[in-house]
Structure formats: C-alpha cells, structure tokens
Design a protein around this ligand. Sequence first.
Ligand code: HEM
Length: 360
Amino acid sequence: MGDYGDSETKTYGDYLRLHDLLTLQGEEGTVSPDEMHFIIVHQTFELWFKQIITELTEARNILAQVPVPEDDVPRAVDHLSRTTEIFRLMANQWTVLETLTPQGFLAFRDELGTASGFESFQMREFEALLGLEVEDRMFGVDPLMAFRKLAERGEEDQRVLDRLEARIEEDSLYDSLMRWIERTPIMGSQFGDEGDNDVVEGYIRAHLESHRKIGEDALEKMESVGGRGEGAARERLDSANASASSFLIPDGGISRARAGLLFIESYRELPLLTWPRRLIDAFVELEESMAKWRHDHARMVERIIGKRAGTGGTSGVDYLDATARYRIFKDLWEVRTILVKPQDRPELQNAEFYGYNAES
Ligand code: HEM
C-alpha cells in the first residue's frame, strides 16, 4: 500500500485512504452545507460507477470467451446481480438530494457553469460497455462529441477520450451475451452441427405457427361474442404476426441467436437451461433497475428545477425522461412479446439432452 505503512501499523484510515478522500468535498467553510451535500452525493455515485465498470467488465470478459466454461456462468450472474443492487441503491439515493429546496439549489447553481452529469465519463463508459449504440441515443445526442472537444484541454481529458473510444471499439456485454446465446443447443441440435439449420428452422416455423394460431383463436372468440373493434383487432393481429416473423427471420434468414433466446425462454424449466435463463433474467433485471434509476433521477430533477434547461445544454427533464426509455438489451425484451403459453409451444425434441426425465 505504498505510503501507508505495513500491515501491522496500518489503520482503518490508512487502508481506505481517508485522509486523501476527505479533502475532496470542498474545504471547510468554502462551500455551504447544501453544496457539500450536493458534491458528496455526486461523488458517491461516481464511486459506485467505478464499481459498476469493474463488475460489468468482469461479466463481459466471462461471456466473451468461446466457449464459456459452464462453471463461469454463475460468476457472470453474480457480477450482474451486484450491479443491479448498486442501481437500486442509487435509485434510492435521489431522495437525499430532494432535501435540497429549489431555491437552495439556485443559490449555488451558477457555480456549476456548464458542468453537468451529462459529462460523467464513467457513465458513458458503462453505457458503451453495456452496448448502448450511439444511433439509439435520444435526440441524436452523441456524448463523445463533447469529450472530443474537452480533449483539447490537456492530457487528462485526452485520456478520458482514449478510454471511451477504446470501450466503444470493444465487444459490449450485450454482443457477448448474444453470441453466447447463439450457441444454445436447440431441440438437442448443436450450433454448427450438420443439419442444425433444418432443426432450428423447423422449430421456428412451428413456434410461429403456434403463435399465429393462438391469435386467430382469440380473434374468433372475440367475433363470436360480437366484440367491438374487430377490424382493429385483425390489424393488430396481422402486425403482431409480422413482427414475430421479422424478429426471428430478419432479412430473410433465421437469427440463430434469437432462436436460442426464444428456446431458453420457452423451455425455461429444463435443468440444462437453468443457468442460461438465470443469466438472461439477470440482464433483464439490470436493465429494469437502470431504467428506474433514470426515471427517479428525472423526478428528482423535475422537483428541484422544474422544466428548466440543464446546465449541460439539454432540455432537462424531458431529455432525462426520454433516456428512461432506452432499451439496450433489445432482443431480451422483444422476445417476451412473442412467447406462447407452455401448452402450445412446439413439442420438445431430445428432452434427455436437457437433463429432463419425463418420469422424474
Ligand atoms: C440537484 C441535483 C441534480 C439536478 C438538478 C440534475 C439535473 C440534470 C439534468 C437537467 C440533466 C440533463 C443534462 C443537462 O442538460 O444538464 C442531468 C443529466 C445527468 N445527471 Fe443529473 N442532476 C442532479 C444530480 C445528479 C447526481 C447526484 C448525479 C450523480 C452522478 C447525476 C448524474 C447525471 C448523469 C449521469 C446525467 C447524464 C444522463 C444521460 O445523459 O443519460 N445528476 N442531470
């Protein structure tokens, strides 16, 4: 631990480098209690962001392996679950800021100039690591542009930019997950096996047929009781069928990754699929916790600054509300729309492959 003595003389303060840490919140008397609280809350978030980057990098490294050793999957789930808990904790921390009155904030807001959470480079780093694409950002915002400009200020800012650019180039967590899911054995057929394409296609066609039939039956029932809005219902049904089909068969070819995802979600009770489905659940939970955290940030902001523009130059609360609609793990969400009830899913082939014994 460098300057901090050997393990026999090391104190709690040494180990945590508290003497350094506690000089970073505004020297005594130079900031008001309100402003110190504002700084501490931000710093706390940034510390958590640092941990989030560590956890997500570990999870990504695990999933980027080909193949992923089976024993590693629970570790990836643990890293994601810890990240989710951090987001849940952070979502609750906004209420501390809400003790700041609108006027209390205005009293020192000018000090911020154009500084804004918008420039949180750690936030941009974990977004890139997760797999948020620039083209999916709200209002065509490209945060990298701001960092390119800032990089002109000196070495420290240049390092931030380099780090962000490197992250954007790397495989994201979402890419790694989908590549792993792509290799899921489907109906006992392994990725790359001879005949695998036919098995996967058979499965997808059977699922789509079942999906179509369930919709038709529901529509028929609706018509038999003289339901209202049948025309609109038919349109919705046709459009749901078309979306299911283009999700699984984009550009005319079957997506094996989406087929694998559908398979895992559809037969989630199979013992061999326990960890895959837990991993997918951990991704979904993580994104849900992030969306709620973003939403709660917007509510806090609305309460303190109303509809004012942000110091970072966005529209403020409207922008933040829009970011709560980001969905990075798009396919994990979309597959939910096309599932069918267990009784109607295509009959499982090669059940024994998945550790399922009909007599057990
Ligand atoms: C009084 C307290 C706060 C207010 C009024 C506030 C307001 C805002 C506003 C208006 C934006 C939109 C960007 C802009 O134009 O500035 C924003 C973005 C952001 N804020 Fe806050 N904020 C507050 C506290 C915090 C805290 C404690 C954090 C923790 C790190 C934080 C993190 C962020 C982040 C990461 C963004 C970027 C969001 C994105 O672009 O997706 N904010 N904030």
